[in-house]
Design a protein around this ligand. Structure first.
Ligand code: SF4
Length: 741
């Protein structure tokens, strides 16, 4: 009997917990939290312990599949790439590049290999039709950050380990484990905050588990967080509570904000938010007068019609109260692979517009909410082929039933995914990546959103099968095919050429730690890593702020040095980074970007309209679920039905609904029938469904999930409703009618 222990980062959510994986005879025996991990300190949630089950899931696809006569049949990698080469080539030759499209799913953010390979793939597509899960999620934050700080990835996070007051809007980190604020063990960290005398305030239409454990819960009408935040800003000016602190001289636009906030007194927003004026004033004073305060808004503030305004207002409040870039406030993490100073590029949106609805491009992509239109509206440029990399938009994007029909109408679909799910069942060719345990791991995205500077390298727990390309190689092959290379190209040769190009750019870049060096010398140093993605990562780390500069700073970091820390490495608390972190042309924090200030007029008009009558629908997080992932793992879905319509008992009484009865929920675009669950955690007038359910569709291969399919909340969401500045879908605050089924 052989035994060994492997340590790796959990790749399933943004918390990035360290895992200890015990193997007996190479089979996973148990997965626990790694107590020696300096960031997660042994914390693990129920999801983290299922990586072995995911690896062994009989439904996980292990070889490429090609659809023949309506059925998916196994194929070799050569056959699969040849089919893609042939079919995509045909469509491109006949209809041009615009007929091709790409959907980038959320799992890409959890894979450094995909982080490296996905943008070149999007570029090689040569089409404006790039979509991603970002416009179902956090795009408003990218847009507000881009305008304010000059880069869409410069996102301040709440310094929860040092703050005295944490105000949480539209987030439930007790169940989600946090997002855009990477922190293993949110519950423990919030409890520590309260134990040291701090306060937690939760603003949410539901008394969530996070609200239950907070000092104060403020119920709010869904979709009105932007109005509340503007009222807080109004009070800060009205009561002379503005104090920029150290940032005085580093910010622009204070007067414009003062003028913009005039229309949003607590009295003006009270009827739309449902929050009385004393509560708003009290909250504004608490934030301003706390020694250290952080205001954190997440999914409920982003997936609404004023997502960008809300996202911006959170950071404005931090700046106006002296809490931006200060310990205990909202701070900028500094990943091991990040440079000292951001390059000034300027931030803009709308460099192209969508063909059908004339919606602006944001971050090189179009809103997912218009993908259906681009697939179904006849005319030049209609999408005829789709590549999906991760994700399951049929369950996660608006107007799902129409998307299902739109995907059926395409001429060709390729999916890179380990499952035949509700989306990839449409694939003509399915390319399965290796399992999570067969991949190396480094968090490019989440170490830049982390509440403490931290890094970890994870080696693969298992070697992947000899004939199975890495995820990186799969994406490089697709890139090569789209660039006109033959179907039997060698992906590593292509990737090495790209790496050589990046090294060339690094040595040519003024101020780079390797400026003027011989590229061959750098490439030789990188060649210690047998896998090409590792060489890319090593280049990033060594030329970053803490890097060794390939010998220029012998005390600095390399990937090899990181690899020696099997439990990860603590790089210290977050430190002030303004002005270095700013990439705006003025070198200042732009507090009043014109597009956002202009959008305040729309918000003001909305306030003037009568409050909507009837019920509105919001989403709901479950600890054992993660978007549409993980419903095929028995231990995570067993027990009571969790895909229920939760509503307040008073609403239920009026609608003649009882606990456990069935109700039909109808919106302007669709209807579902679902089990009712009464719970007074709900604000009256608000009902909730969890996200990512609706399994059991013909052609999918998710045997566990299809036994407990649940209903798809996105049958009810309307693709025409978006946040216009970011293109983000409106997934919360959906007007619905509920009747007994
Ligand atoms: S909280 Fe997230 S990262 Fe941590 S174990 Fe759970 S799923 Fe994994």
């Amino acid at each position: 009997m052989s035994e060994r222990v492997a340590f790796r980062t959990c790749p399933l959510c943004e918390a990035t917990c360290g895992l200890e994986i015990r193997l007996v005879d190479e089979a996973v025996e148990v997965i626990r939290g790694d107590r020696e991990n300096p960031f997660s300190k042994g914390f693990v949630c129920p999801k983290g312990s299922v990586l072995g089950r995911l690896h062994n899931d009989p439904d996980r696809v292990r070889t490429p599949l090609i659809r023949r006569n309506g059925t998916h049949v196994e194929a070799t990698w050569e056959e699969a790439f040849a089919e893609i080469h042939h079919r995509l080539g045909e469509i491109k030759n006949q209809h041009g590049s615009q007929a091709l499209s790409l959907y980038i799913g959320n799992p890409n953010a959890h894979s450094f290999q995909n982080n490296l390979a996905i943008r070149p793939l999007a570029k090689a597509l040569g089409s404006p039709n790039i979509f991603s899960a970002s416009t179902l999620d956090q795009m408003p934050k990218h847009v507000s950050a881009g305008h304010m700080f000059g880069s869409p990835s410069t996102i301040p996070v709440p310094d929860i380990d040092r703050t005295d007051l944490l105000v949480i809007l539209g987030a439930n980190p007790y169940e989600s484990n946090g997002s855009l604020a990477t922190a293993p063990d949110w519950p423990g960290r919030l409890e520590a905050l309260r134990e040291r005398g701090g306060r937690v305030v939760v603003v949410d239409p539901r008394r969530t588990k996070t609200a239950e454990n907070a000092d104060q819960h403020i119920p709010i009408v869904p979709g009105t967080d932007a109005a509340l935040l503007m009222a807080i800003i109004n009070v800060l000016f009205d009561e002379s509570l503005v104090d920029l602190g150290r940032l005085d001289g580093h910010v622009a636009g204070v007067d414009e904000i003062a003028a913009g906030a005039l229309a949003f007194s607590p009295e003006a927003v009270a009827s739309s938010t449902g929050i009385d004026t004393d509560t708003v004033r009290g909250l504004a004073r608490d934030i301003a007068l706390a020694e250290r305060a952080a205001v954190y808004g997440r999914i409920g503030t982003h997936t609404v019609e004023f997502g960008t305004v809300a996202s911006w207002a959170v950071d404005v409040i931090a700046a106006l109260t002296g809490n931006l870039d200060e310990p205990g406030g909202m701070m900028f993490p500094h990943g091991l692979h990040q440079p000292v100073k951001k390059r000034v590029r300027g931030f803009t949106t709308g460099r192209w517009r969508s063909r059908v609805r004339d919606l602006p491009e944001v971050l090189g992509e179009l809103p997912v909410s218009t993908m259906i239109d681009e697939m179904t509206e006849p005319g030049d440029g209609r999408i005829r082929a789709l590549i999906t990399v991760g994700g399951n938009p049929v369950l996660t994007s608006p107007d799902s039933e129409s998307l299902n029909e739109a995907l059926d109408s395409l001429e060709f679909t390729v999916s890179v995914d380990p499952y035949l799910n509700e989306t990839t069942r449409h694939a003509d060719v399915l390319l399965p990546p290796p399992s999570a345990l067969e991949k190396s791991h480094y968090d490019i995205a989440f170490t830049t959103l982390s509440v403490r500077n931290y890094a970890m390298w994870s080696a693969p727990v298992y070697a992947r099968p000899d004939d199975h390309p890495s995820e990186f190689e799969i994406l490089v092959m697709l890139t090569a095919i789209l660039s006109g290379a033959p179907a039997d190209s060698e992906p590593n040769v292509l990737a090495e050429a790209t790496l050589a190009g990046q090294v060339g750019s690094a040595v040519a870049q003024p101020g780079s730690p390797v400026e003027g060096r011989d590229p061959a010398e750098i490439l030789e140093a990188l060649a210690v890593h047998p896998e090409v993605p590792e060489r890319f990562l090593d280049l990033m780390i060594r030329t970053a702020a803490r890097g060794d500069g390939f010998g220029a700073n012998p005390e600095g970091w390399t990937l090899e040095r990181l690899q020696r820390h099997e439990h990860g490495v603590d790089l210290g608390p977050l430190e002030p980074r303004i002005p270095d972190v700013l990439a705006t042309p003025t070198g200042k924090v732009e507090l009043a970007p014109e597009p956002i200030i202009s959008d305040l007029a729309r918000l003001s008009t909305e306030l003037g309209e009568a409050r909507r009558e009837g019920l509105v629908l919001v989403g709901r997080r479950e600890l054992r679920s993660n978007n549409s992932w993980l419903h095929n793992i028995e231990v995570l879905v067993k027990g009571r039905n969790r895909c229920t319509l939760r509503l307040h008992p008073d609403d239920a009484r009026q609608l003649s609904l009882t606990d456990g009865s069935m109700a039909t929920v109808a919106s302007s675009v669709g209807e579902v029938t679902v089990e009712v669950e009464l719970n007074d955690e709900m604000m009256a007038g608000v009902v909730s469904l969890p996200y990512g359910w609706g399994h059991g569709q013909t052609g999918s291969r998710l045997n566990v999930a299809s036994k407990r399919p649940g209903v798809n909340t996105n049958v009810l969401t309307d693709r025409t409703r978006i946040d216009p500045l970011s293109g983000n879908a409106v997934l919360n605050g959906i007007p619905v009618e509920v009747v007994p089924a």
